[in-house]
Every structure is written in structure tokens, then in C-alpha cells.
Design a protein around this ligand. Structure first.
Ligand code: SIN
Ligand code: FE
Length: 287
């Protein structure tokens, strides 16, 4: 979306329709002329040492407004101000570009990702350098969407490098037959012991199995259709990360805002992972 150079609208109807259609189709919307500008004092936050090292990200809790993951001695107030300003600009863009989402939109966590991705090592399931769709073990969604907006705020010369995979439907069709069947007793148990915030639906169990299955499958990781995309400093991008197969290979200093969107707010919910999986499984999966 080359045209967009500001975080606020109004955006012409034709542009809004094109944007929501591409988003729901599972594309990554790229805004090459939409930078998030840092103030002069904020330049000092471009330092990986602002994160405490245990958590790789600094984040802003949407409920309490508090900052987590900052190193002792880091400029916590400065981080909070930057994260809040980014969150409010991201929310403004999403609300004005997708006005039909507003009634079903929840602003979730905001994060700052200062640490270089390349060369970090993780266990496969935690490694976002491997293609995956987002699904979080402790936070069932029951089919609500996960929309994420990213900004590369690094100095020149440090693109954030992603790989984006095949359409969700093709991916799900390949993996579904080999996934364990959703297990209601396990879902009940994890909720009862407090391991999950709410009970995982069959959909959540399938999404976690898809996330894990893709990351564990080295043949898939090597052989699956995928394209590399470089997001240069000063650019913004946005996609449904529960739908778009993605891997982040390199980069430092990104800001990220997560939103949840009710399925009913989508223009065409048939393209959601929930409906695609329900079609393939031949049963309802949301509860
Ligand atoms: C991810 O969502 O897998 C990581 C994306 C990023 O940090 O660029
Ligand atoms: Fe991810």
C-alpha cells in the first residue's frame, strides 16, 4: 500500500476495500512509506540492552499499562511512552483502514523487539525462524483472529527479513490428516490447572498442532513453497498471523502491535482459519 504515508485517515473507500480484501485473503499488507518516527531522546532506546535478556521483548500490558521485560536500569518511562505512542498510531491506522472491524476489535499486547534474530538459538517449537502460524498455548482464541502490525525502526542497513509460505488452506490440507484429534479431556485438564486462560476449543488444539507440526517438520520447512520478503527500516506491515505462514529470519529493533478481531467482524469469515479447518474436518470446532 504505497499510497499510505500517514497513520490517520480518512482513507478512500476504494483503498479500504482493497486493503481488507487483501488482508482477509491472507496477504501481507506492506506500507513502504509509513515510518514510525522516534524522537531524538528515543534514539537511545535503539539498544538491545534495554531488554532484560530473559524475555527477548519489552512489552506493554494492555490491561495494566505496565512495561514488562525491560532491563533493570533501562529507561522504563521512555520505553512506555514510545510503546504507547506506537500502540495508539497502530490502533488509529487499523481503525480507519478497516472501519468495519472497529466494533469487534480488541487492542492486545504491544511489543518492542530490540534483539537481533539472526544467530539466536531456540528449541524448534519456540523458534520463529521456522515457518509457522501463530497459536499460543496459554491463550485460546476460539476462532477470534490474530492481527499484527509491525514497524522496522532499525537504522539504515538492517531490514527485517521474513519468509512467507503457502496459503493457509493448502497448508492445513497437508497437515490435518496427520494431526492428533482434539481431546476434550486434555482441554478441560489444562484449564482446570490454570495452564490455559480459558478452555481450548478443538480449533485451538488444531491450531497448536499446526504450529508445532510445521515447526517440527524439517522436510516441510525446506521444501514448502515460500518467498523471502525484506522489510527495510522505516517501513510498516500488517497481516493475520494466525493465517499467514511466516518466519522471521533476521532483523533487530521492531515494534509490534497485536489485535484480536471477532470472526463476525470479517467481511468474509469463510476465509478464516476456523472456517477453513471446519470445512476440512467436516465438523464445528469453535467450542
Ligand atoms: C513472529 O511473529 O513469528 C515473529 C515476527 C517478527 O518478530 O518479526
Ligand atoms: Fe509468529
Amino acid at each position: 500500500m504505497h499510497e499510505i504515508e500517514r497513520w490517520s485517515g480518512p482513507f478512500p473507500a476504494e483503498m479500504r476495500h482493497r486493503a481488507v480484501d487483501a488482508l482477509e485473503a491472507g496477504l501481507v499488507l506492506f506500507f513502504p512509506r509509513l515510518p514510525f518516527r522516534l524522537g531524538e531522546k528515543e534514539q537511545a532506546l535503539l539498544n538491545p540492552a534495554v531488554a532484560d535478556g530473559k524475555a527477548k521483548n519489552v512489552s506493554l500490558d494492555p490491561k495494566t499499562g505496565s512495561v514488562k521485560g525491560a532491563a533493570p536500569g533501562a529507561d522504563c518511562a521512555g520505553l512506555q511512552t514510545m510503546l504507547e505512542r506506537f500502540a495508539s498510531q497502530a490502533t488509529q491506522l487499523v481503525s480507519e483502514l478497516f472501519p468495519s472491524y472497529v466494533s469487534g476489535l480488541e487492542k492486545a499486547r504491544t511489543s518492542y523487539r530490540p534483539v537481533e534474530i539472526e544467530g539466536r538459538s531456540y528449541s524448534p517449537l519456540k523458534d520463529d525462524k521456522l515457518l509457522h502460524v501463530d497459536a499460543f498455548p496459554s491463550t485460546p482464541t476460539h476462532g477470534r483472529r490474530i492481527l499484527r502490525l509491525f514497524c522496522n525502526i532499525a537504522p539504515e542497513g538492517h531490514p527485517r527479513v521474513w519468509r512467507v509460505g503457502e496459503p493457509f488452506q493448502d497448508f492445513a490440507r497437508k497437515f490435518l490428516p496427520s494431526l492428533p484429534r482434539p481431546n476434550p479431556v486434555a482441554a478441560w485438564f489444562f484449564a482446570a490447572v490454570g495452564a490455559t486462560k480459558t478452555r481450548r476449543s478443538p480449533y485451538d488444539q488444531y491450531m497448536l498442532a499446526l504450529h508445532d507440526g510445521a515447526k517440527r517438520d524439517t522436510t516441510y520447512q525446506k521444501g514448502a513453497p515460500q518467498v523471502e520478503i525484506d522489510f527495510p527500516p522505516g517501513t510498516t506491515w500488517l497481516c493475520y498471523t494466525d493465517q499467514v505462514l511466516h518466519a522471521a529470519l533476521a532483523g533487530r529493533f521492531a515494534l509490534e502491535q497485536t489485535f484480536h478481531i471477532e470472526l463476525q467482524s470479517m467481511i468474509d469469515a469463510a476465509r478464516s482459519p476456523l472456517r477453513v479447518l471446519e470445512n476440512l474436518a467436516g465438523r464445528s470446532l469453535a467450542n
